[in-house]
Ligand binder design. Structure first.
Ligand code: ADP
Ligand code: MG
Length: 610
């Protein structure tokens, strides 16, 4: 049975003609043509191409040119609807069968398929593999089966879906149909797993084009994440963005906060009712200033070209997921931004999630390695894009010039002595303690926990006094990232790796980012600056007045709010944002939360006045 629609094309028709007449494009995007040629020649294909590369066209065009029926298996209803609607806008009729629509619609579409009236039909994986569907399809001139978002078939893939597993049988069930699989996940283990599952080892594999030079990449140390998010979004008011959060609660908290700040913001996660999600997805697709705060699955395969930024409130699971997620920004090629908040707690949480995942040990091992790679990326000291691209097999020597590291290369400093002191303390206490306790020992704490354990008697006790708690935390993070230390067990005990042993033995050196080691010891003390008249005295008076107001209001002594030394430091440094504020003497998270905004506005007003 030959399809007979206006869009049916004769085999003799040129692919360029179809490209321009049906899709309205004058040329192929990089990487599309070889995939299309291979499919037209009848071979099976696995194409690994980044988000936005135009994978759909790679199978839609051959499907139209070759005639017969092409079944596209797609994991998300929203994705199917998006694609079918787009095809219809090109004048191509396509069918769709999934559980999210009325039975009558499914039946109507199936009739059209059976009658050969459509070349392309989209289906959910669970529909595709029912015995009834298989039998029905076996009676039709099935020319191609496409598996979109094919990484879902692999346990190594980050979106593993058990409904996808049975797709492995398609090759045997439909021996004469061509099979094509598409994904944006480039990771090698996943790729090999896909080839062996879907194609039983035989397929032509294309991997290409992972660079997205228009996305400016930035990783920030996570601090006061919500406030920082507010600041970032405020500076991007009216732009469309995605904010990724780890938990459903996180998405809601972020969306509420942004809405309160006056932005058009919504949450999106799998815990919402289907109808609600459809409504929100439609808003996302149609409104051009919407900020969506979503859990990770959001956005997979969706074609929305003008997302200007992607912010990660939490650490993703791996570089692959991260790259997929940031790849949703700037698909139109215009400048876009990706900002990731990187914090030690998130790193630890991710590790716990892996430990408790119940996955087989070998899967856990791969997951841990991936997480380590991501941590290393976050602590990178050379061009981030190059590191990403080399991870995906695309080597590039020249720094990209569009990431935070290229903007401001971190200065490195030798930290071997500090690292060895820390490693000694860890060994001496039996590798069973977490970071906080070790830092307490290094900083010479006389706390009960330290003394009862006799850790005040250790030779490393007090050996790291010259560094603040914050500085030590950063050094520990970098030691984790540099694979000198590894976390073990559920309580985050730190143990030495092989490399850590080398450092301890004096056989390897360690460098840290200089900003981690800090130069504040060399800086003049605030009191000295004040005495030398270097501090803005007028501002200091205003700050003291504000402190007094607050103290009266809270009925507490003024120094409980901030010490004089902090206020002097404040008047001296005049921080203009939370980030700078947090660097002040005596300012921790609690103080930031309680007072940063109040005091920042005093400074801003004063600055505006002078
Ligand atoms: P992917 O599945 O690889 O993430 P899509 O198939 O959704 O990407 O395509 C991304 C966008 O690129 C779509 O808007 C699509 O219409 C567009 N596109 C695809 N091929 C071309 C082409 N040859 N020229 C211009 N735009 C194209
Ligand atoms: Mg796609």
């Amino acid at each position: 049975m030959q399809p007979d629609t206006t869009t049916r094309s004769d085999l003799v028709q040129d692919k360029h003609e179809v490209l321009s007449h049906v899709f309205g494009f004058d040329q192929f995007k990089p990487g599309q043509e070889p995939v299309i040629d291979t499919l037209l020649s009848g071979e099976d294909v696995l194409a690994v191409m980044p988000t936005g590369a135009g994978k759909s066209l790679c199978f839609q065009l051959p499907a139209l040119m070759r005639g017969g029926l092409t079944v596209v298996v797609s994991p998300l209803i929203a994705l199917m609807e998006n694609q079918v609607a787009l095809l219809e806008s090109f004048g191509v009729r396509a069918g769709m069968i999934h559980s999210g629509r009325p039975r009558a619609d499914n039946v109507a579409d199936w009739r059209a398929v059976a009658a050969g009236e459509v070349n392309l039909v989209y289906m959910s994986p669970e529909r595709m593999v029912t015995p009834r569907m298989i039998e029905a399809l076996q009676a039709l001139p099935l020319s191609m089966i496409v598996i979109d978002e094919a990484h879902c078939i692999s346990q190594w893939g980050h979106d593993f879906r058990k409904e996808y597993i049975r797709l492995a049988e398609l090759k045997s069930l439909f021996p004469s149909a061509q099979v094509a699989a598409f994904t944006a996940t480039a990771d090698d283990a996943t790729r090999q797993d896909m080839v062996s599952r879907i194609f039983h080892g035989a397929a032509k594999v294309f991997v290409q084009g992972f660079d997205r030079p228009n996305i400016a990449i930035k990783v920030e140390e996570k601090k006061q994440a919500e406030k920082r998010l507010a600041t970032l979004v405020r500076a991007r008011t009216g732009q469309q963005g995605i904010v990724y959060c780890l938990s459903r609660k996180g998405t809601e908290a972020a969306a509420d906060m942004l809405a309160r700040e006056g932005h058009n913001a919504i949450a999106y996660h799998a815990g919402m009712a289907d109808e609600e999600r459809t409504v929100r997805l439609n808003r996302f697709l149609t409104e051009d200033d919407l900020v969506v705060c979503a859990t990770i699955a959001f956005g997979m395969g969706i074609d929305k070209p003008d997302i200007r930024y992607v912010i990660h409130m939490n650490l993703p699971a791996s570089l692959e997921t991260y790259y997929q997620e940031i790849g949703r920004a700037g698909r139109d090629g215009n400048p876009a931004e990706a900002i990731l908040f990187y914090g030690y707690n998130d790193l630890r949480l991710r590790r716990t999630m892996i430990d408790e995942s119940g996955a087989p040990e070998d899967v856990k091992r791969v997951e841990r390695r991936r997480l380590d790679t991501l941590a290393t990326y976050c602590e990178a000291v050379t061009c981030r894009r190059n590191m990403l691209l080399s991870y995906f097999g695309e080597l590039q020597d020249v720094p990209c010039g569009n990431c935070d590291i290229c903007d401001v290369p971190p200065l490195m400093a030798d930290g071997t002595a500090a690292a060895r002191a820390a490693l000694e303390a860890i060994i001496a206490t039996g590798e069973v303690y977490g970071q906080s306790h070790i830092i307490n020992i290094l900083r010479g704490s006389q706390s009960e926990k330290v003394c009862t354990a006799g850790h005040d008697k250790l030779s490393s006790h007090g050996q790291g006094r010259q560094y603040t708690d914050k500085q030590w935390r950063r050094m520990f993070r970098q030691m984790l990232a540099q694979n000198i230390l590894a976390p073990a067990g559920e309580f985050g005990s730190l143990v030495l790796t092989a490399r850590g042993q080398q450092v301890l033995a004096g056989a390897a050196a360690v460098s840290f980012r200089q900003d981690a080691l800090g130069q504040d010891k060399k800086e003049k003390s605030p009191a000295k600056k004040l005495a030398e008249g270097q501090v803005d005295a007028k501002l200091l008076t205003l700050l003291k007045q504000k402190r007094l107001d607050l103290a009266r209001e809270k009925q507490c002594p003024a120094y409980v709010i901030f010490s004089d030394r902090t206020l002097i430091d404040m008047a001296d440094k005049k921080p203009s944002d939370i980030e700078a504020f947090s660097q002040l003497f005596g300012v921790g998270d609690k103080k930031i939360e309680a007072y940063a905004e109040t005091f920042l506005s005093v400074i801003t007003e004063h600055q505006a006045g002078t």
